[in-house]
Structures are given as structure tokens and as C-alpha cells.
Design a protein around this ligand. Structure first.
Ligand SMILES: Cc1cc2nc3c(=O)[nH]c(=O)nc-3n(C[C@H](O)[C@H](O)[C@H](O)COP(=O)(O)O)c2cc1C
Ligand SMILES: [Fe+2]
Ligand SMILES: [Fe+2]
Length: 395
């Protein structure tokens, strides 16, 4: 079996999923995803996080290939989401004396999901476990990155942090584990997408976690998905800092729905005027064809957002409604926003979008309008005005 020692007596024991088409049954993963688990072998052995239940057999083989017949002394549960906790029961069966390490919030979930109430070791912020041979694990509670029980585990002697979902991304691992062993360019856009899809609602909690770990020397970041970050560790911390503060780059995302092409035609006018105004990053998404997963990633990245769609049974066209709710749910802020709708006999779009964005900390930069049937010269002018006002805000 192919074993990866990613540090001194620190091993990778995770698995790849290249068969699911969606993560959380929701987010497209054309390049798969990895579920990362790690073994730290001091005098005592710690396993950090597990994998989904369906990978148990493979997982047990991997662990056995790493530690042979040695028992595992501690199972560290940084995160209880079942893609990381799914193998807990089988690990307990194989290693009956194992101590499961979590915090008080972990205990409730482990009882509820797996009926486990004994052999737990409950840790508080900054508690440590000494594994011997100089390897001491220290725990940092980082609630809501991305569930209430989430924590990070720091191995001080080696400057490794096991960060849970934080700094994770979509994309299976293709041979290499540590970023220095591979070209990681494909994973950075997937970090935007993973963050915007899964974590974005908790920007404030991400900031708290970053502050809590800011003084640590960190050479390796070991997340639960995607590559281990070493060469690019500082860069991905910077990326998380930027995203969780809702900082943005110059550029505009246009997301629209259109059944018969009229709304789309107006979108093309806006895009063309944005380009003429000097906006080089213009990203257009037809929401009937591209999952809003990708739109959210670009919303996290770029300063400007334009949303447009038809009236549909006196409501907003469903794919556009879904995006607007997703933006609201994540409390997207610090963005320049503009929108318009289309209709044939009674408009409903601008009123609906106005209701959804009420209270959001975004800046509506142009007067919303409803286009009747198709773009006349007045509508064309409204589109160009919207684009120029947007350009002025994002450049
Ligand atoms: C199923 C369906 C429901 C619609 N409901 C409304 C409506 O309630 N009010 C309205 O003014 N137009 C309604 N329309 C017309 C569309 O809003 C119109 O076709 C659209 O705005 C044109 O833009 P498009 O070419 O981008 O699809 C409906 C159209 C369809 C197909
Ligand atoms: Fe998670
Ligand atoms: Fe996860």
C-alpha cells in the first residue's frame, strides 16, 4: 500500500472520492474530493479525523499499513460532520481501548450520531495531550468553522496544524499530498468555491479562528479536504483572511436566468458596456446551466454582482431565486450590487429581490428596472447606465 509520511512520524491516511458528482449532495465536484485523515506516531499513536463510513475498509488497511499492529491510543475529532466522523464506530471496534478526544460540543454529537458515551476525553481550549517522543498535541476550539464543535489540533514540535475544513478545497488528490509535490493551481479556485459554498456564512468565526492561531509557528496546514499546504501555507491563510473579511478584487459577476433570451440579451449589453468601461474580469453565468456553487465562488472573489431574471408565475424565476437566497444566507457583504427583471404582463422581480436584500450590507449602485418583453432603446440605455455605475464602483 502506498503510504505517505508527510512529516517526521506524521502520516497521511485519507481517501479520494472520484465517484460522487456532488459534495453534500449539492455542490458539483467534477474533480472529486479527498477526505483527509492523519496519523501522528509518538510513543503513543493519535489518529486525527476519519473518513466517510463507506471508505472504512480501505481506511483500516491504510492505518494498518502505517502503524502495523500498534494500537491507536487517541482518536482526535476535530469535526463531527459525517464525512469526517463516519468511521468512528469501526475504529472503536478495531481499537476498543481508544480514547476519543473532542470538546463538550463534540460529546453531544457523538452520542447522537453513533451512540458513543464512554471512553471520551473532553478537552478545553489550549489543553494538550503528550504523545511522547516530543510530540504534544494542543487543541484550539474554533466554533462554527464550520460546525459548533469544530476545533484545530496543533503539533508544536513540527509546526503542523490539523485545521479541519478550514483551508480545505474540492478536488481529489492526484498522487501528491503536500503542495510542494504537485502543481496546486487547480486547487486555489476550488478553495474559493469550497469556502463560499460551505463556510462563508461564518466569516466572523473564521476571523476569530485566525486570530487565535495567529501567533503559532505554522509550517504545514493539514485540512480535511485537498492538499496539505506547506509552500503556499502563508498564501492560503491570507486567502482565508481576505475572504472572511469580504475583501474583493476588481471585477463583476453577472448571474442571470432567461427562458427565451430577452433577459440574456440585456445582460450582454451590460457586459459589453462593462468591458468598454475597463472592467477586465467579467464573469457571466446562466443559472439554468451552471450551479450557483460557481457563482458564489466568484461573488467571494469579485467586487461587483449583477443579478437578473424573468418573472415566473408572479414570482422570481426559480434558479435566480435560489441564488438570491444563497447570497442572503451567507450574508454576503461589502459588494456593489445591481439587478433588473423582465416580465410580459405584470412584473415581480425587482420587488422580490429588493425584499431579499433588505438588511444585507451591500451597496445597490444603480436604479433597478423591469424590462417589458424585450429591450427597447430605453432599456438599452438603462443597461448601459447600470454598467457604467457598476464599473465606477469596482475599478
Ligand atoms: C411559466 C411562465 C410563467 C410566467 N409568469 C409570468 C408572470 O407571472 N408575470 C409576467 O409578467 N410574465 C410572466 N411570464 C413571462 C416571462 O416573464 C417572460 O417570458 C420573460 O420575462 C421574458 O424574458 P426571457 O426571454 O429572458 O425569458 C411567465 C412565463 C412563463 C414561461
Ligand atoms: Fe464540515
Ligand atoms: Fe468536510
Amino acid at each position: 500500500m502506498n503510504i505517505s509520511e508527510i512529516g517526521n512520524k506524521i502520516f497521511y491516511a485519507g481517501v479520494n472520492n472520484r465517484t460522487a458528482s456532488v459534495f453534500e449532495e449539492l455542490w458539483p465536484i467534477p474533480n472529486g474530493v479527498s477526505y483527509n485523515s492523519y496519523v501522528v506516531a509518538g510513543d503513543k499513536v493519535a489518529l486525527i479525523d476519519t473518513v466517510p463510513a463507506c471508505y472504512c475498509i480501505k481506511f483500516l488497511h491504510k492505518i494498518a499499513a502505517i502503524i502495523g499492529n500498534r494500537p491507536i491510543d487517541y482518536l482526535i475529532i476535530n469535526h463531527m460532520e459525517p464525512d469526517h466522523s463516519g468511521a468512528i464506530q469501526i475504529i472503536r471496534q478495531k481499537y476498543p481501548d481508544i480514547k476519543i478526544v473532542g470538546n463538550s460540543k463534540t460529546a453531544d454529537m457523538i452520542a447522537g450520531y453513533y451512540g458513543i458515551t464512554d471512553n471520551l476525553l473532553i478537552v478545553k481550549d489550549s489543553d494538550t495531550i503528550d504523545l511522547g517522543s516530543g510530540k504534544t498535541l494542543r487543541f484550539f476550539l474554533t466554533p462554527m468553522v464550520h460546525w459548533p464543535e469544530t476545533m484545530m489540533t496543533y503539533l508544536e514540535s513540527d509546526a503542523f496544524i490539523f485545521s479541519g475544513d478550514a483551508f480545505g478545497c474540492y478536488g481529489a488528490l492526484n498522487g501528491g499530498i503536500v503542495d510542494s509535490e504537485m502543481n496546486t493551481d487547480q486547487y486555489i479556485p476550488e478553495m474559493y468555491r469550497y469556502y463560499s459554498n460551505i463556510v462563508a456564512k461564518y466569516g466572523v468565526m473564521v476571523q476569530n479562528a485566525l486570530k487565535k492561531t495567529a501567533s503559532l509557528k505554522i509550517d504545514y496546514i493539514c485540512p480535511t479536504h485537498g492538499p496539505v499546504w506547506h509552500e503556499r501555507a502563508a498564501e492560503v491563510v491570507g486567502l482565508y483572511d481576505k475572504m472572511s473579511r469580504f475583501e474583493a478584487e476588481p471585477g463583476v459577476v453577472i448571474a442571470y436566468g432567461s427562458m427565451y433570451g430577452n433577459t440574456e440579451e440585456a445582460v450582454e449589453i451590460i457586459a459589453s458596456e462593462l468591458a468598454k468601461s475597463g472592467v477586465k474580469n467579467v464573469r457571466i453565468y446562466n443559472l439554468s446551466h451552471t450551479s450557483y456553487s460557481y457563482v458564489l465562488a466568484d461573488v467571494m472573489r469579485y467586487k461587483g454582482v449583477v443579478v437578473a431574471g424573468p418573472t415566473y408565475s408572479n414570482a422570481l424565476f426559480p434558479p435566480v431565486e435560489a441564488l438570491m437566497k444563497a447570497l442572503h444566507l451567507r450574508d454576503i457583504r461589502n459588494r456593489a450590487f445591481a439587478y433588473f427583471g423582465s416580465y410580459t404582463w405584470a412584473p415581480a422581480v425587482t420587488k422580490r429581490i429588493e425584499a431579499i436584500i433588505e438588511g444585507m450590507k451591500i451597496d445597490v449602485v444603480a436604479t433597478p428596472f423591469n424590462m417589458k418583453q424585450s429591450a427597447n432603446t430605453d432599456i438599452e440605455e438603462s443597461c448601459r447606465t447600470l454598467a457604467r455605475e457598476m464599473a465606477a464602483k469596482v475599478l
